[in-house]
Design a protein around this ligand. Structure first.
Ligand SMILES: *[C@@H]1O[C@H](CO)[C@@H](O)[C@H](O)[C@H]1NC(C)=O
Ligand SMILES: *[C@@H]1O[C@H](CO)[C@@H](O)[C@H](O)[C@H]1NC(C)=O
Ligand SMILES: *[C@@H]1O[C@H](CO)[C@@H](O)[C@H](O)[C@H]1NC(C)=O
Ligand SMILES: *[C@@H]1O[C@H](CO)[C@@H](O)[C@H](O)[C@H]1NC(C)=O
Ligand SMILES: *[C@@H]1O[C@H](CO)[C@@H](O)[C@H](O)[C@H]1NC(C)=O
Ligand SMILES: *[C@@H]1O[C@H](CO)[C@@H](O)[C@H](O)[C@H]1NC(C)=O
Ligand SMILES: *[C@@H]1O[C@H](CO)[C@@H](O)[C@H](O)[C@H]1NC(C)=O
Ligand SMILES: *[C@@H]1O[C@H](CO)[C@@H](O)[C@H](O)[C@H]1NC(C)=O
Ligand SMILES: *[C@@H]1O[C@H](CO)[C@@H](O)[C@H](O)[C@H]1NC(C)=O
Ligand SMILES: *[C@@H]1O[C@H](CO)[C@@H](O)[C@H](O)[C@H]1NC(C)=O
Ligand SMILES: *[C@@H]1O[C@H](CO)[C@@H](O)[C@H](O)[C@H]1NC(C)=O
Ligand SMILES: *[C@@H]1O[C@H](CO)[C@@H](O)[C@H](O)[C@H]1NC(C)=O
Length: 813
């Protein structure tokens, strides 16, 4: 798109490579550059000089990528005053400004800042970040910098945003008119601070009307952009919201050459340089779907790109004009069927919409998160509310527009409706009356009981530890002790009878913290009983952890906890029974491997991914599993995978992305290098394990000592993957899909955590929502030798010392 005329390109490239032309390679510059001269940044990343856009002969002073073979202009000086011949000159003028002049010495563009600077004392420098700066000679005081006056490109480490204290300092990105004309076009992308920081694309030709919005930022991510994530995504976004009305945003450089730009047709596009294709690839583009377009469905309606038609009225609302609505003109939106009562809450209730991109115009409520719904009901003008980590309590008062049903991420949105609307149960939405409004479920009853027993029985120190754990857990869960979720407590005798006194015959296997038995309750229900090892003085923590973690989770790809048992020194967890055992039972057995054909395997990969996604993103808590492996993936009778064994899982407070532990516990072959060597774990360590599992599922081989990764990598580089695939399942019909899975598996096991995709991205790639999959870099090959300190969770006889690093290491907000 931004093509420089071939002539200029050849010229500048020859300057760079051959150094034959007269132009000197320099970074600092205080004299003049004529049309054919350029300067290059220190490490050669960017070049500054004159160029012509594609299909144009006009000359512009600008900056472009010097290292990529596709002409890519990222900044333009005289963008609306082109020069129509080669008489242009860039110079530091008499008054110290950097100026662009034409043949008649008319100033077409100037930095306009040099009142402080005296003549002959300023120099311009092109930095390797792509920033062109004007500064006093021999100092590093910038008088002017191009990063403060971007055109259509947003580069790494460049701050964009608004500054209410000094208006005019707003830094926004504006599109070109078209690929041949860099003058300001129709669209602007801006980071705006309303109740929360939010990204907008505005149409300059239409009173700055919103074209697209990102949804509010919670300190981690934009609600409507679940894939663009502050944490350990491909790049790290930083939003500085100093609460004084100023908000800026940037993202860090990483090993991939990438940048964002505002396309002249109104999309913000992330381009990643693909060295293999020698071209830019589109990494992210918004708006992406019809539903991303602002107010696609009008008010009180939601948009879902996977539904036909996309728009639907929110429950309790009907189309304002049925004729228009049915003809596909949704802009009129919907209106309320029954008006709200508003007698302090007793008559109204809520319907919950899940996974929503939140509507525009949220208001920050002073109410606390647990009080959010109740407060809304008590406030007449509150028509909807939502709450979550980083957002606190948010309410809406006038209208609801631009909400969308997302397939990944999103938040629960509570819509206030009259009581009568809620009573008619058509699609069984969740109803929340006043009584429940404040109550978000908390610690399992069983947990509290355990606490009492433990405090009584244990020595003082032990008791205190347990108490602390429970207190932290309660704090995390909202501190509402009154609303306990009922989790059945099993009596020891019942479980002993169910498992035939824990007979060897009933033993299903050995988990991380003790044996697992099959049992049958008197009513006939089959169960799996995990008996936490008595030897490991830490069974309590693991138990509490698992109870707390699992009792809050509900997902079809997570194993379900039925109850627990605490009796004397005995601690047991009771799960639903999985008749088909665990994944490793099939994968690594040449006979049983035949039972899993490729379709089944692909479904299993997808299921694991969705279960993990739920842990990382969608549940109320952010949970890192830390011990994902084939033997922890159980299969139900329909071969649907269920993630199990949460004894090592960590709950993360919303504002942390990674944590460090002195006690590295996990399983060799599945542990990421940063975790195995440094004890650092994050979502990306789970992604690593997921990658290993994917490759094991495809190849039917165990990753012992990382030999599998090395093997897959070498074959991948040779290009032929047929030999990799478990011969039992190989089918030409699915070759493309298998290849894609190998590709994704390799992305997950890359050495650098930042290079690995998020689980959301992995799921999107699997479901082909993302088609442009980056090339993987070399995986991490770590062997057992490299990790002297690590303990394996396969080893049931763990040392008692926990180094005060308790498993539920959570801090109340
Ligand atoms: C630019 O300057 C160089 C010498 O500095 C000269 O050789 C070249 O002809 C000039 N080009 C133009 C277009 O003036
Ligand atoms: C440049 O001009 C050619 C011929 O008119 C046209 O086919 C091409 O689409 C143009 N390129 C751009 C980017 O406008
Ligand atoms: C360049 O534009 C000026 C007016 O802006 C005009 O006088 C001049 O003839 C043009 N030169 C060429 C080579 O087109
Ligand atoms: C510099 O100042 C002049 C006069 O105030 C103005 O016309 C011009 O647009 C300014 N240039 C830039 C690049 O801001
Ligand atoms: C700037 O430097 C040039 C050459 O070094 C000199 O001729 C000129 O007088 C200087 N101008 C001022 C204002 O110092
Ligand atoms: C800067 O952004 C703020 C917040 O969006 C806005 O209120 C203000 O008008 C903007 N200032 C300018 C000069 O555009
Ligand atoms: C659109 O926004 C720009 C920059 O904030 C401002 O200068 C301009 O006046 C706005 N236009 C309208 C029609 O509001
Ligand atoms: C915000 O403003 C207050 C008062 O003006 C000031 O004390 C405080 O330092 C500011 N905070 C930041 C982060 O700038
Ligand atoms: C580079 O990619 C773009 C699409 O992203 C495509 O239109 C173009 O043809 C590609 N260029 C080359 C040289 O492959
Ligand atoms: C609905 O819209 C149609 C077409 O715009 C219009 O003719 C009709 O009067 C509208 N009906 C009502 C009830 O507003
Ligand atoms: C409901 O509102 C009435 C008056 O508006 C007030 O007297 C009463 O205390 C309120 N009830 C509750 C539970 O807030
Ligand atoms: C909604 O809240 C905003 C900001 O708090 C306020 O300006 C506006 O008047 C309110 N609208 C209604 C209908 O209450």
């Amino acid at each position: 798109m931004r093509l420089i005329s071939p002539f200029v390109l050849v010229l500048s490239l020859s300057c760079f490579f051959l150094n034959v032309c007269m132009a000197q390679e320099r970074t600092l510059f205080s004299g003049r550059l004529n049309d054919s001269e350029t300067i290059v940044s220190n490490f050669g990343t960017f070049r500054f000089g004159f160029f012509s856009p594609v299909n144009s002969t006009s000359r512009y002073a600008g900056i472009w990528y010097n290292t990529v073979s596709v002409p890519t202009v990222i900044w333009v000086a005289n963008k609306d005053k082109p020069i129509n011949d080669s008489s242009g000159v860039i110079s530091v003028s008499q008054d110290g400004n950097l100026v662009v002049t034409d043949g008649q010495r008319r100033v077409l563009w100037s930095t306009n800042v040099s009142s402080q600077a005296s003549a002959n004392s300023t120099v311009a420098e092109l930095l390797d970040s792509g920033n062109l700066v004007l500064k006093e000679a021999n100092t590093d005081v910038y008088l002017w910098e191009s990063f403060k006056f971007p055109t259509d490109s947003w580069l790494p480490n460049m701050l964009v945003g608004t500054n209410a204290r000094s208006p005019g300092e707003n830094i926004t990105i504006t599109s070109w008119k078209n690929p041949s004309d860099p003058s300001p076009g129709s669209y602007t992308a801006a980071l705006v601070l309303a109740a929360y920081p939010e990204l907008f694309i505005l149409n300059n030709d239409n009173n700055n009307a919103t074209v697209w919005r990102s949804g509010p930022w919670n300190g981690q991510m934009f609600n409507g952009l679940p894939d663009v994530y502050a944490g350990v995504f491909l790049y790290r976004f930083i939003v500085n919201d100093d609460t004084n009305g100023s908000v800026t945003m940037s993202y860090a450089n990483d090993s991939t050459l990438r940048y964002f730009y505002m396309d002249y047709r109104g999309s913000v596009i992330r381009r990643d340089w693909n060295e293999a294709r020698r071209n830019w690839t589109v990494g992210l583009q918004v708006p992406a779907t019809d539903c991303d377009l602002y107010r696609r469905c009008g008010q009180f309606a939601t948009c879902n790109p996977r539904r036909n038609p996309h728009c639907a009225c929110i429950r309790g609302f009907r189309p304002r004009n049925l004729t228009e609505w049915n003809s596909g003109n949704w802009s009129g939106g919907c209106i309320r069927r029954v008006s709200l009562q508003c007698n302090n809450g007793t008559a109204d209730g809520f319907v919950r919409l899940r996974r929503m991109k939140l509507p525009d115009f949220a208001i920050r409520s002073p109410a606390s998160e647990p009080e959010c719904l109740r407060t809304c009901l008590q406030t007449c003008y509150c028509i909807a509310c939502a709450h979550g980590l980083g957002y606190g309590c948010m309410i809406w008062n006038g209208t609801l527009v631009d909400s969308q049903e997302l397939s990944v991420g999103g938040m629960d949105l509570y819509i206030r409706l009259a009581h009568s609307e809620i009573k008619t149960p058509d699609r069984r939405p969740l109803m929340i009356g006043t009584a429940l409004a404040g109550g978000i479920l908390v610690v399992a009853a069983c947990g509290l009981l355990a606490r009492r027993i433990v405090i009584k029985k244990r020595a003082r120190k032990r008791g205190t530890d347990a108490e602390q754990i429970f207190e932290r857990v309660e704090a995390l869960a909202g501190g509402n002790k009154g609303k306990l979720k009922e989790l059945p407590l099993f009596e020891f005798q019942v479980l002993a009878a169910a498992t035939d006194n824990f007979s060897l015959r009933n033993k299903l296997g050995q988990g991380g913290f003790g044996p697992v038995y099959k049992g049958k309750l008197p009513e006939g229900q089959e169960i799996a009983v995990k008996r936490l090892s008595q030897k490991s003085g830490q069974g309590l923590e693991e138990l509490v952890n698992e109870v707390v973690v699992i009792s809050k989770l509900q997902h079809r790809n997570l194993v379900k906890l039925l109850g627990c048992c605490i009796a004397g020194e005995e601690r047991m967890l009771v799960y639903e029974f999985m008749p088909k055992k665990s994944l490793d039972f099939y994968l690594f057995d040449s006979v049983k491997a035949k039972l899993l054909d490729w379709k089944t395997r692909f479904n299993i990969i997808n299921g694991i991914c969705r279960g993990l996604l739920y842990l990382h993103r969608d549940s109320r808590l952010r949970i890192i599993h830390r011990d994902l492996k084939a033997s922890n993936i159980l299969l139900d009778e329909n071969l649907i995978p269920k993630i199990s064994d949460f004894g090592l899982a960590r709950i993360f407070p919303g504002n942390e992305d990674e944590a460090n532990t002195r006690r590295v516990v996990g399983t060799y072959g599945y542990m990421s290098p940063e975790y195995a060597m440094g004890g650092v774990f994050s979502e990306k360590s789970d992604v690593f394990s997921l990658g290993v599992i994917i490759l094991e599922i495809i190849t039917g081989r165990r990753n012992s000592n990382s030999t599998l990764l090395a093997y897959v990598w070498s074959i991948w580089n040779e290009g032929e993957i047929d030999g990799l695939v478990e011969p039992e399942i190989f089918d030409k019909l699915f070759e493309k899909e298998i290849r894609k899975c190998v590709h994704i598996g390799l992305l997950c096991v890359q050495e650098a955590a930042n290079d690995r995709p998020s689980v959301a991205t992995v799921c999107s790639m699997l479901s082909s929502e993302i088609v442009d999959i980056p090339e993987p870099k070399q995986p991490a090959f770590i062997s057992r030798k490299g990790v002297p300190e690590a303990e394996s969770s396969e080893n049931s006889d763990l040392k008692a010392s926990i180094n005060n690093v308790s498993i539920t290491d959570v801090t109340g907000r």
